[in-house]
Write a protein that binds this ligand. Structure first.
Ligand code: SAM
Length: 306
């Protein structure tokens, strides 16, 4: 039986493909979509269309890699629950084990692509980015994303009617390759420069808008990175920061324990906080997620004062 109403055809098709390779996930996905309203499902339908475009004939690999990602995250979760910390704490280890490991990184980004739909918090944050962040940028804004990964945020920024230009920086050549292919499949690659850059040795630049999504927790010194990003914004420019709390993964180094810790770090870097969205995971409300220390996405929209 379909998990979403019949008019959401691409979403239902993607769910069916996912369940073919991961039948044990039916209960999770049933809960995930149980209380979704039409606007949320509509967004999921559009997102499914983009996932199909990005995957092309590799759609089966995407859903298989999501299964692989789920198993890997479960292992990290067991470690986290036992030890109360993330497994790695050094950037050099993450670089060696993850970012420089091309086959691993490709599977990881594929799994994360599917998670944008299957993990409700990921979907909510993407939607918040499209509807809550991008329209607030000035007409003709210039945009930078650091760590664009699967490319969905950068694709949305490049398609914003008020945008003029967009570029992406990432420390991982393998990840950039993924971004390049995704943007091209979405028809959004024209004029988007993708550069291999470590944010701590970033070149000069001046942008109206920056996305920094799911990168902060990958760093040993997240506050220092936010200060660098502030330096890359024009006065009055806006930043979209998104970081998960209590979210173990093979390359997560910095443990945020509450969404407020993310917000407060953005403020400590000198930004003025404009708005926040704290999105609990599939199947839990925010109170339960806080009580049980589940993974919560903390999205923060902030501004550099003029
Ligand atoms: C989990 S992905 C984020 C993908 C996407 N932005 C999202 O929200 O799902 C993290 C990305 O950050 C990149 N990254 C990690 N440390 C970095 C650094 N110091 N400078 C630039 N990119 C970095 C990784 O290579 C990876 O592509």
């Amino acid at each position: 039986m379909s998990l979403a109403p019949a008019q959401f055809a691409q979403l239902n098709r993607l769910i069916d493909l996912q369940l073919e390779v991961f039948p044990e996930h039916r209960g999770f996905l049933t809960k995930r979509f149980a209380d979704s309203d039409a606007a949320h499902l509509d967004f999921c339908e559009q997102l499914s269309g983009n996932v199909f475009k990005i995957a092309g004939s590799d759609i089966r690999r995407i859903v298989e890699d999501y299964r692989w990602l789920s198993d890997m995250v479960l292992e990290e979760e067991l470690f986290f629950r036992r030890e109360g910390r993330y497994r790695l704490s050094k950037f050099s280890d993450a670089l060696e084990q993850v970012y420089a490991n091309t086959p691993f990184m490709a599977k990881y980004m594929n799994g994360l692509l599917a998670s944008q739909l299957w993990w409700r918090n990921h979907t909510e944050v993407l939607r918040y980015f499209r509807d809550g962040f991008l329209p607030g940028n000035r007409q003709g804004f210039t945009h930078l994303e650091v760590g664009p990964g699967h490319g969905l945020f950068l694709g949305l920024a490049a398609a914003a009617p008020n945008g003029a230009s967009a570029e992406g920086w990432d420390i991982s050549a393998a990840s950039l390759e993924n971004t390049r292919a995704a943007l091209s499949a979405m028809g959004a690659s024209a004029g988007i420069a993708l550069k291999e850059v470590n944010i701590f040795t970033a070149p000069e630049g001046q942008f109206d808008s920056i996305t920094f999504s799911e990168v902060l927790e990958h760093l040993e010194e997240p506050l220092a990175a936010l200060k660098i990003l502030r330096g890359l914004l024009k006065p009055g420019g806006r930043i979209f920061v998104n970081a998960p709390v209590n979210s173990p993964a093979p390359d997560h180094l910095y443990l945020f324990r509450t969404p407020e810790e993310v917000r407060d770090m953005v403020a400590a870097a000198g930004f003025e906080i404009v708005d926040t969205l704290y999105a609990p995971p599939s199947g839990a409300g925010l109170d339960k997620a806080r009580r049980q220390e589940l993974s919560i996405s903390a999205a923060v929209i902030a501004k550099k004062s003029s």
